[in-house]
Design a protein around this ligand. Structure first.
Ligand code: S3P
Length: 165
């Protein structure tokens, strides 16, 4: 079984992904963490030293390589920007979109140090811009949409399990 979690930064993909993998007794994989392990750099350092385009290439390569992995895969928020990535997602597993309002994301992302797209920006304004550009892509790519506002990671996990089976 393969489940991809997609959604904006701060929507809870990694936390929910871990809980979900424990419940399903399958592996948990975080694409950003794999990139960090392989490059020995943080995502923020890659953005700063090599630029966003380079990060996107690494992200696509890792997604391609993880196609055959069985487990829950937490994807970086921007995975859906690339059409080829969307195709890989759709053809390799069940895609769950953790949908959050921007105001909820702002609450969760009070420190954006590890989110280079938000660094030195007004967080709410920037998230609004990113959300407007991506909303449709998340919705069109997902097989299942789960609203996360006001829900704990455990509640979100149970909701996913209810809807999956
Ligand atoms: C990004 C989200 C981040 C990370 C990178 C870019 C994005 O992952 O991949 O900073 O474009 O939304 P998270 O969604 O896990 O924060």
């Amino acid at each position: 079984m393969k489940i991809y979690l997609i959604g904006m930064m701060g929507s809870g993909k990694s936390t929910v992904g871990k809980l979900l993998s424990e419940r399903l007794k399958i592996k948990f994989v975080d694409l950003d963490s794999i990139i960090e392990d392989k490059t020995h750099k943080t995502v923020a350092e890659i953005f700063e030293q090599n630029g966003e385009n380079h990060f996107r290439e690494l992200e696509s390569n890792i997604l391609e390589k993880s196609k055959g992995v069985e487990g829950v895969v937490a994807c970086g928020g921007g995975i859906i920007l690339d059409e080829k990535n969307r195709h890989i997602l759709k053809s390799s597993g069940e895609i769950i979109f953790l949908k959050s309002s921007v105001s909820e994301l702002v609450k969760r992302l009070h420190s954006a140090d590890d989110r280079p797209l938000l660094a030195d920006k007004q967080i709410e304004k920037e998230l609004d811009i990113i959300w407007s550009a991506r909303k449709i892509l998340y919705e069109q790519t997902a097989h299942l949409i789960i609203s996360v506002d006001g829900r704990t990671p455990k509640e979100i996990t149970e909701l996913i399990l209810d809807q999956l089976y």
